[in-house]
Design a protein around this ligand. Structure first.
Ligand SMILES: NC(=O)c1ccc[n+]([C@@H]2O[C@H](COP(=O)([O-])OP(=O)(O)OC[C@H]3O[C@@H](n4cnc5c(N)ncnc54)[C@H](O)[C@@H]3O)[C@@H](O)[C@H]2O)c1
Length: 318
């Protein structure tokens, strides 16, 4: 590291890569040394936006440069494992956009290789760094919602279609990273999922999944690239309160709703069984105004500098 600054190289400058480049460039302790892309037009785009940054189509050139401490990968998911393993073999810290890989064995191989080489490996689960998810996590940790019994998440829009990977790989990592981070339910006991391909044969563009966990928690996730409106809803049902998060709202994204159903007299006979409804206040907590990706890059740089665990690692031991 030069003067404690982390030398970075970004691979992939398509839709998402420019956001990573901008945030690396604006971090005081990081320096974007290279952008690599196979598409010459994207490299022209890099030179326009970041004139001081070297451009290359050669990944080997990046890996051979000792000034590069960390590689950030924003290429399509099927390429993540090979690019990531090559970076680790070249002794580079690694940031990989979600999903880490497209098979469990590849993901484990990446994690194992980074662990054995004592290198930071961070997956770009940007939502874990969003002020809204941090606030919901605080509310849950403070016991505001009680025990969580159900989570429902919808991520629907007329999406950016991909030809070789279905909508599960594109969108569901966001939902599951959020559920894992907020509820930490472990492995599901049962998973039911159904999808359909309306546009590209064999590539599901609409998928519904339903998961049951030990202890009774249930999670449902809906994702689609063929929906006319943009929907980004997360609803958390607790035994005390409910949280409704609408990420399409410019402000007041989170509502904490003091509403629940209770069995009025659990011991009475079935004939007399009835429910009581509680209707209390709804409040909308104030959220910090920070860009999630800036927080995520700051976390990555900090972890590379110090060897500290990443946000996702911390959430996995909560
Ligand atoms: N964190 C988020 O919120 C978020 C949002 C969008 C996308 N993503 C993730 O970012 C990644 C990239 O998605 P995208 O939508 O930007 O894809 P994209 O197809 O728009 O861009 C990918 C770029 O990578 C380049 N590329 C492909 N293979 C390469 C290789 N071997 N070497 C160098 N360059 C190569 C392509 O030329 C292209 O410019 C995916 O993993 C996606 O899931 C994350």
């Amino acid at each position: 590291m030069t003067n404690g600054r982390v030398g970075c190289a970004l691979v992939g400058f398509g839709y998402w890569g420019p956001n990573l480049a901008r945030n690396v460039q604006s971090h005081a302790d990081a320096e974007l040394l290279y952008v690599c892309d196979l598409d010459p037009a994207e490299l022209d785009h890099v030179r326009e936006l970041h004139p001081g940054v070297a451009t290359t189509h050669s990944y080997d050139e990046i890996l051979a440069d000792p000034a590069v401490d960390a590689v950030l990968i924003a290429t399509p998911p099927p390429s993540h494992a090979a690019l990531g393993l090559a970076a680790i073999a070249a002794d580079k810290h690694l940031f990989v956009e979600k999903p880490l890989a497209t098979s469990l064995s590849d993901a484990l191989e990446l994690a194992g290789a980074a662990y054995r080489s004592a290198l930071t490996l961070m997956v770009g689960h940007t939502f874990l760094c969003s002020p809204a998810i941090s606030k919901i996590r605080q509310l849950i940790d403070h016991g505001e919602v009680g025990e969580i019994v159900h989570v429902s998440s919808s991520r629907l829009s007329l999406g950016l279609f991909q030809q070789d990977l279905n909508v599960v790989w594109d969108l569901m990592p966001c939902d599951f990273s959020i559920v894992q981070n907020l509820v930490d339910p472990g492995h599901p006991e049962r998973v039911v999922a159904a999808g359909s391909s309306h546009m590209v044969p064999g590539v599901e563009d609409t998928v519904n999944a339903y998961l049951e966990y030990d202890g009774g928690l249930t999670v449902e996730v809906r994702v689609s690239w063929t929906y006319p409106l943009k929907v980004r809803d997360l609803t958390i049902i607790g035994t005390r309160k409910m949280i409704v998060f609408d990420d399409t709202q410019p402000i007041d994204k989170i509502r904490v709703v003091d509403r629940r159903l209770e069995v009025a007299h659990p011991s009475i006979s079935l004939g007399e069984f009835h429910m009581s409804y509680r209707y209390g206040d709804t409040f909308m907590p104030l959220l910090e105004n920070t860009e999630p990706l800036a927080t995520e890059i700051a976390d990555f740089v900090h972890c590379v500098q110090t060897g500290a665990p990443t946000v996702a690692e911390i959430s996995s031991v909560r």
